[in-house]
Every structure is written in structure tokens, then in C-alpha cells.
Design a protein around this ligand. Structure first.
Ligand code: AMP
Ligand code: GLY
Length: 430
């Protein structure tokens, strides 16, 4: 069968790579894809824009595409699934209404309140003066979020009143366009963040392994937030008991309340959680798609055929599929970025050493790359995601960095401490 994957990041390369491991999958078409999907055997890039729903639908229908998998949130929030479903296509990814769970933080908060899902206390504001007064009354630390999609830049964890006030002024001042017309102000939670990506067909919901990301640009979790600089799975902090609690207190009630609103949600429900110091999970945010780079750490560990799982979600028969199976061991993904990211950075630099990196028992997922006249060049902020598997985190981390060491391009930057929370400290005698 033919599967079409929409997107061009590391997440989409990992999806295409895993889908092609199934004997049933004959071809994956990536729209528009990147240098890695261009080089992947069995995969083919199609140069359409991700907001060209008509073009994507026409191609899928004419070419007998069995399933369309949507990677990023923006086309989901713009209704790509609604459009393609109307054309008679099977789609993995929620409808426009379902995607509100990520595209409107106030909508997600209202759903959480209604479903009694543990989350940070919050209030929604549509006027600057009231928001400023509330922040003064609450004090710091406090979290200011613009309501709509803001490419990961709409959240300020403010440790001073001035910072909080500036964030409110920026949102209402139009810095985020219509996304900032509403502002959510919430309690600042402490603890460890984990990413729970769950597959759902709108009725049944099954979590993948727990993963942890590294959001900040710098070592020691310093500097500005990014899309994610590295990930590992399974996250040891999520014990089987905690995963069960997340299933019954968060995932199942969320799906039940989406259903109650008449939303048939088929895709990934990604719960970004804070595990607070008392060990309880609280939702920081929901996303309506696979995480990036969490997916690059999770899929190499997946033993079940991905095509079967995603198709079952799209056809609402996930309950018929056997339990998800995983390989033993752990995985770590180190993101290699362009110097300057998440600010401005250069593009078009030659990348070398990927073949050598892949000889080091690692798989190199491309994110911001392009194949130009048979040369790989940089084409984005996050350039590559280098994933390695190991028996232990120490081993997986060492394998991933050994592979990163083989890669070169001008202005290459990566964190050197991915997995610091799970790395065991060598004993004095070793
Ligand atoms: P979001 O875009 O909602 O994922 O927020 C980006 C990052 O801001 C999260 O990954 C957290 O690190 C941080 N954050 C968001 N909400 C809170 C909160 N209520 N308490 C503490 N940190 C938060
Ligand atoms: N890694 C965070 C995200 O995908 O939103």
C-alpha cells in the first residue's frame, strides 16, 4: 500500500522510515519531505505546499494512497483532515475541531476543567488591563500563554512582574497576531516534564512509551525554549503505576469529553505533563500530533507495525489491534541544530559524515535538510536528529554522541548533555 506523510521535519522522516519497515507498505510519499526522505529507499518527495489541501487530495486519490498521515499542527488546525475525509480519504490526524486542543489553549483548558483533568489553575483574559491587574495580584512566578498557535514562542514562564507584564503587553499589542487576542494566565508548576504520545481512534486510546524532551537551547536546561533539542524513551520517571494513572485520569477522560463535544478524534493525543514533586501528573498542554523529537526516540523502539496502528486509528478499529509491542532497550535522540537557532541562522551549508554516523549503530533522521544536486545542505534550524538504541541509557547516549561526532557542517550546534536526568553516575570504583 501507499501512504502519504504530510510534513518536512525529523518527525516525518522517522514516520516514513518506520512505515517502510512494514512488508505491506510499498511506498511512502512525503509532502514536501526533506533531504532524508528524498534519500530513503521506497520514499518519494512530492513538492507541494502543506497548505495545498486540494493538490494533496488530488494526488492521493489519483495514486491510490490508502492512508494520509499528518505531521504538523498547522494544517490540522486549518482543517486538512476535514477536507481529505470529505474526498473519501483515510486520514491519521484530528479534524479542525479536534485540533483545537492544541490550537486554542483556552479551549483546551475549558475541556480539562469540564473533564476534571489535573492541570495548572488558570484564568483567560481578553483585555490587557484585567490581565495586568491579575498578575499583580497573583505575584510571580506565573505563566503567560497566548491562546493560539505561536510556533512554540507563545509561552512565558515569568519570574518577575516586569517579565509577566511585558509578555501580556506583547500579546495584546499584536505581536502574535490573532493568536494573542486571548491570553491564558496560569499557575507555575514545578517538577519534571514528560511527553505522553497516545494513539487514538476517538474511542480507544493507547499510550506509546513515555518520553522526555529537552526544551531549552543550552546545556543544563538554560537559555530560550526551542522545539526540542533531544529526547529519550522510555522515561524511567513514568512507572507502570503512573502510566495507569495517566491513562485513567487524563487520557480516557479527555477522549470521553471530546466525544461528548461530538469530536471524532483520530490521531495522536500528546499530553505534555508535569510530574509534580508529590509524584502526581498534571497537564501543561495538549498537542494534536506526534512530538518532535520524541517521535525520533520512540519509533526505533517500536516493534509493532506502524502502518497497522495508524490505519486502525483512521478506521476506528484500534481496539481490534493487539497490544503495542516494544523492543527491549532504550533510545536517545540528539538534535543537531544550526548555530543561532531558535533565533536566526544560516542555511545552505554542506553536511558531511552521515554515512559514517550510521555505521555507529545510529540512525540519522533529517529535519532541516535538502538534497541539492546530490549534495545534502542545511535548510532549517533543527537540522538532524541522531538516534541510537542501547541496553542502558549510558550506552544509548554514548552511541548517539559517537555518531554525532562523525557529522560536520558549518555552524553545527548541539547540546552535550542530552539524557542528563537518566545518565547514571559511574561509581567511584569503576
Ligand atoms: P507549551 O507551549 O504549553 O508547551 O509551554 C512551553 C513550555 O513552557 C513547557 O514545556 C514548560 O516548560 C513551560 N510551561 C508551560 N506551562 C507551564 C506551567 N503552568 N508551569 C510551569 N512551566 C510551564
Ligand atoms: N517536542 C515538543 C513538541 O513536539 O511540541
Amino acid at each position: 500500500m501507499k501512504i502519504l506523510v504530510v510534513g518536512s521535519g525529523g518527525r516525518e522522516h522517522a514516520l516514513a522510515w518506520k512505515l517502510l519497515q512494514s512488508s505491506r507498505v510499498q511506498q511512502v510519499i512525503c509532502v514536501p519531505g526533506n533531504g532524508g526522505t528524498a534519500l530513503l529507499k521506497g520514499c518519494h518527495n512530492l513538492g507541494l505546499n502543506i497548505d495545498d489541501f486540494e493538490g494533496i487530495g488530488r494526488f492521493a486519490l489519483v495514486n491510490g494512497v490508502v492512508l494520509v498521515v499528518i505531521g504538523p499542527e498547522v494544517p490540522l488546525a486549518n482543517g486538512i483532515t476535514d477536507y481529505l475525509q470529505k474526498q473519501g480519504l483515510k486520514v491519521f490526524g484530528p479534524t479542525r475541531m479536534g485540533a483545537q486542543i492544541e490550537a486554542s489553549k483556552s479551549w483546551a483548558k475549558a475541556l480539562m476543567q469540564e473533564a476534571k483533568i489535573p492541570t495548572a489553575r488558570s484564568l483567560v483574559f481578553n483585555q490587557e488591563t484585567a490581565a495586568q491587574a491579575y498578575v499583580k495580584e497573583q505575584g510571580v512566578p506565573i505563566v503567560i500563554k497566548v491562546d493560539g498557535l505561536a510556533a512554540g514562542k507563545g509561552v512565558t514562564v515569568a519570574s518577575t512582574i516586569e517579565e509577566a507584564q511585558a509578555a501580556i503587553a506583547a500579546a495584546f499589542g499584536g505581536q502574535f497576531g490573532a493568536a494573542g487576542n486571548l491570553v491564558v494566565i496560569e499557575e507555575c508548576l514545578t517538577g519534571q516534564e514528560v511527553s505522553i504520545l497516545a494513539l487514538t481512534d476517538g474511542i480507544t486510546i493507547r499510550p506509546l512509551l513515555a518520553a522526555q524532551d529537552h526544551k531549552r537551547i543550552g546545556d543544563g536546561d538554560t537559555g530560550p525554549n526551542t522545539g526540542g533539542m533531544g529526547a529519550y524513551a522510555p522515561a524511567p520517571i513514568v512507572t507502570p503505576e503512573l502510566m495507569q494513572q495517566i491513562q485513567t485520569e487524563i487520557l480516557e477522560p479527555t477522549i470521553a469529553h471530546l466525544q461528548k463535544r461530538g469530536i471524532d478524534y483520530r490521531g495522536v493525543l500528546y499530553a505534555g505533563l508535569m510530574i509534580t514533586p508529590d509524584g502526581s501528573p498534571r497537564v501543561i498542554e495538549f498537542n494534536c500530533r506526534f512530538g518532535d523529537p520524541e517521535t525520533q526516540a520512540l519509533l526505533p523502539l517500536l516493534d509493532s507495525p506502524l502502518d497497522e496502528l495508524l490505519l486502525a486509528c483512521a478506521q476506528q478499529r484500534l481496539a481490534e489491534i493487539p497490544p503495542i509491542e516494544w523492543k527491549s532497550g532504550v533510545a536517545t535522540c540528539v538534535v543537531v541544530a544550526a548555530d543561532g537557532y531558535p533565533g536566526s541562522y544560516s542555511k545552505g551549508n554542506f553536511i558531511t559524515g552521515i554515512a559514517a554516523a550510521e555505521e555507529k549503530e545510529a540512525v540519522v533522521f533529517h529535519a532541516g535538510t535538502q538534497l541539492k544536486q546530490n549534495n545534502l545542505i542545511t535548510d532549517g534550524g533543527r537540522v538532524l536528529g541522531v538516534t541510537a538504541i542501547g541496553e542502558s541509557f549510558n550506552q544509548a547516549i554514548a552511541n548517539a554522541y559517537a555518531a554525532v561526532d562523525c557529522i560536520q557542517f558549518e555552524g553545527m550546534y548541539y547540546r552535550r548533555d542530552i539524557g542528563h536526568r537518566v545518565k547514571t553516575i559511574p561509581s567511584a570504583s569503576s
